[in-house]
Design a protein around this ligand. Structure first.
Ligand code: IPM
Ligand code: MG
Length: 370
């Protein structure tokens, strides 16, 4: 009998629509057989939390997140909250979750489903069969470094400061995550930084090099400047297996990688903390795409990245490899059948709504267990 407590945070915009489809899949698992149970609680985050409580996430919701086995997160933000104070802006809820749960390791796989190779903005031969993983440091760097402020200089000028800051242990632990994961895949790690202009890049390079030398003789390590990495991602993406990089470069590079797969609507992610004595790690699962306010409420959103994020929860939090494989297989089958949401639509395929896509994936799950 396995029971997992999930905190569901749909957030804003298309977050609420795509989460409906994940909730249906969770219910489906709950109905399957009584050895696996998900207990779900739902709460607000982002702009919707601001509207209800004046903050991007309440302390009560944070309490629930800290207690849950995993947080399933939709998306936050939208023009409605453009004028909200910086502290209460929707993204602050997401950043507090990452920081307070200690989710330093963000795993962003970019897999190009063969059925979608033509939706990529790159040529089919460049992306078909692509299977890479970006390991992004998520609780440090310029996102959180202090000082972080705007000072009025009093002469009509202001000065803005963000601080890119890394300590050895932060680089050490994310490098180990990357090397460990590479060991289960293609045994190749590219470490991306800007050591040619940034001190944090110099330290990053040094720490990754040392960890590699000491502990991972069987993994191949390549250092790459982050700008060159961006260029190589669009020139020849299949040269990569695992890319490990800091918070900001990881944010940018993972958007590039997402587009290689056909659509930002396809990319899931897992954010993991350190394992405790019992081997459990705090975790949050979220699609890489945002809240897409322009298409929200129209049934146009692609729920696949959200559903694939839940599959990552099955894999990493629940250790349910077969179930995770099954959800991923159901997604691949539905794409093979030619069903497409608008973002991945191609001529000759059938355009479906968010909920049609969810239903099709559920039907596939039914077939796969039959
Ligand atoms: C992401 C997003 C977030 C980030 C935003 C919403 C704060 O772009 O998860 O990639 O910058 O980390
Ligand atoms: Mg981003």
């Amino acid at each position: 009998m396995s029971t997992f407590d999930l905190l569901i945070l749909p957030g804003d915009g298309i977050g609420t629509e795509i989460m409906v489809e994940v909730n249906r899949i969770i219910e489906w698992f709950n109905k399957q057989d009584n050895s696996l149970t998900f207990n779900c609680e739902q709460d607000l985050v982002g702009g919707s939390a601001y509207d209800a409580h004046g903050v991007a996430i309440t302390d009560a919701a944070m309490e629930k997140a800290l207690k849950a086995d995993a947080v399933i997160f939709g998306a936050v933000g939208g023009p409605k909250w453009d004028d909200v104070s910086y502290e209460a802006r929707p993204e602050a809820g997401l950043l507090r979750l990452r920081k307070d749960l200690g989710l330093f390791a963000n795993l962003r796989p970019a897999i190009c489903y063969p059925a979608l190779a033509d939706s990529s903005s790159l040529k089919r031969e460049l992306v078909e069969g692509l299977d890479m993983l970006i390991v992004r440091e998520l609780t440090g760097g310029v996102y959180f470094g202090e000082p972080k402020e705007i000072t009025d200089l009093g002469n009509g000028q202001k000065r803005a400061v963000d601080t890119q800051l890394y300590e050895t242990y932060e680089i050490d632990r994310i490098a180990r995550v990357a090397f460990d994961l590479a060991g289960k895949r293609g045994s190749l790690v590219h470490s991306a930084e800007k050591r040619n202009v940034m001190k944090s890049g110099v330290l990053w390079n040094e720490v990754v090099t040392n960890i590699h030398k000491e502990s991972y003789p069987n993994i191949k390590l390549e250092h790459i400047l982050a700008d060159n990495c961006a260029m190589q991602l669009v020139r020849n993406p299949k040269q990569f297996d695992v890319i490990v990089t800091d918070n900001l470069f990881g944010d940018v590079l993972s958007d590039v990688a997402a587009m290689l797969t056909g659509s930002l609507g396809m990319l899931p992610s897992a954010s993991l903390g350190a394992k405790d004595e019992s081997g459990k790690a705090k975790a949050m699962y979220e699609p890489v795409h945002g809240s897409a306010p322009d298409i929200a409420g129209k049934g146009l959103a692609n729920p696949i990245a959200m559903i694939a994020s839940f599959a990552m929860a099955l894999r990493y939090t629940c250790d349910l490899t077969a179930e995770a494989d099954m959800v991923e297989k159901a997604i691949a089958n539905v794409l093979d059948q030619g069903l497409r949401t608008g973002d991945i639509m191609q001529t000759g395929k059938q355009q479906v709504t968010t909920s049609d896509m969810g239903t099709a994936i559920l039907n596939e799950l039914e077939d796969l267990v039959a």
